[in-house]
Design a binder for this molecule. Structure first.
Ligand code: PLP
Length: 383
């Protein structure tokens, strides 16, 4: 209903208005539909079957989950399928690869996706070639014969930027599928499908939900066959999102544009101040002019986002002590929420290649001067 409006709505308006029922006398937004079972219509009596022809929500969804899919689908420019977590979304794409598939993936990659790839190597003979995110020529050179390109941009946690228009364009011309994990950018800052990607993937647990209170994932595609295959994966795997989760994710999406604006402007200020701090050796943030992906991010994204990482002088131990002294910024693993969260990434299993003192900061909505004061006091007084 929303996409037929003229002129086409801007993303801020889509985030607010998409997926509303639009029925006079009914709630403005879909309430939580807590239903597994729907009346089939075969029963005698006056009861009508659900207007959408639903029978069972594992296969048919609910109005609540469809409203979320409608909204994210409109923002990404495709048809969306929601899942019970970001990892279920990731796996719904990767699980479709055949035995002996050839996959290109970035060296800097969310460890959950990397684990699925490692599993495919062990159990299905996949050949996975890992490449630096920003080495566009190497991606183009390795394209021939690949079954899937997996990309993450900006990457987690090094904030490297991929040349998505060039890579997706070349892959699409060669008939090679591309999946882009768009969690860090959000559908507001970057739309991979418009560059020719086959799948845009989100952990809706992060920015879309935005309040650290749900797990959900979403895959969006413009390919009808891929869409049907995703629905089948969800039906067979059973990784459907819960009723409350889809309701909360859509409610979170409604405020994503304003949350992101604030978080992003905070991130730029913190990145600039961190760069000047004597204990900070390097800041990774595409919004900084000296970041290697700055020009590319400017050209391909609507903004650099609110994720950054920085390397502290000292050791892993002194970094852990500093982080333990934070009072406002939460030391926590997840990201994209209203509160700022920080984590020393190299402490995670499988992340040993990350510089030992690298801290990934998901910048939230607090006052930027309070965030800076918290960082400064945590740095001070430890050699
Ligand atoms: C970039 C990225 N993709 C996917 C996921 C997985 O999402 P979830 O935790 O919702 O399963 C995460 C989680 O941290 C992530 O950071």
């Amino acid at each position: 209903m929303q996409e037929n409006r003229e002129p086409k709505l801007r993303p801020e308006s889509i985030a607010v208005a998409a997926g509303r029922p639009g029925i006079v006398g009914q709630p403005l937004n879909h309430p939580v539909i807590a239903a597994s079972n729907f009346l089939s219509g075969e029963q005698k009596g006056d009861n009508e079957p659900d207007a959408q022809g639903r029978e069972y929500s594992r296969g048919d969804g609910t109005d609540t989950s469809e409203a979320l899919e409608d909204a994210v689908g409109q923002l990404e420019g495709g048809r969306a399928v929601s899942f019970s977590s970001g990892m279920a979304a990731v796996s719904s794409v990767l699980d479709q690869l055949p035995d002996n598939a050839r996959v290109l993936a970035p060296e800097d990659l969310y460890q959950g996706a990397a684990a699925v790839l490692d599993n495919g190597v062990r159990n299905h003979g996949w050949q996975v070639k890992r490449l630096p995110t920003a080495a566009t020529d190497r991606w183009l050179g390795a394209l021939d014969g690949a079954d899937l390109l997996w990309l993450e941009s900006p990457s987690n946690p090094m904030l490297e930027v991929a040349d998505l228009p060039t890579i997706c364009g070349a892959a699409s011309a060669a008939g090679v599928a591309v999946a882009v994990d768009n969690t860090f950018a959000t559908p507001l800052l970057q739309q991979p499908l418009t560059f020719g990607a086959t799948f845009a993937i989100h952990s809706a647990t992060k920015f879309i939900g935005g309040h650290s209170d749900l797990l959900a994932g979403i895959v969006v595609t413009t390919h009808d066959g891929a869409f049907d295959a995703l629905l089948e994966r969800r039906l067979l795997g059973g990784a459907v999102p819960g009723a409350l989760e889809t309701f909360l994710a859509l409610r979170g999406l409604r405020t994503l544009p304003v949350r992101l604006d604030r978080a992003q402007s905070n991130a730029l200020v913190l990145a600039e101040r961190l760069e000047e701090h004597r204990l900070v050796q390097k800041v990774h943030y595409p919004g900084l002019p000296d970041h290697v992906g700055h020009a590319l991010a400017n050209a391909t994204m609507a903004g650099p986002g609110s994720m950054l990482s920085f390397e502290l002088a000292g050791s892993d131990t002194s970094t852990d002590i500093r982080l333990s002294r934070l009072e406002l910024i939460a030391t926590a693993t997840s990201l994209g929420s209203v509160e700022s969260t920080i984590e020393r990434r190299a402490k995670l299993a499988g992340q040993e290649h990350i510089p030992p003192t690298l801290c990934r900061l998901s910048v939230g909505l607090e006052h930027v001067d309070d965030l800076w004061a918290d960082l400064e006091q945590s740095f001070d007084g430890i050699s």
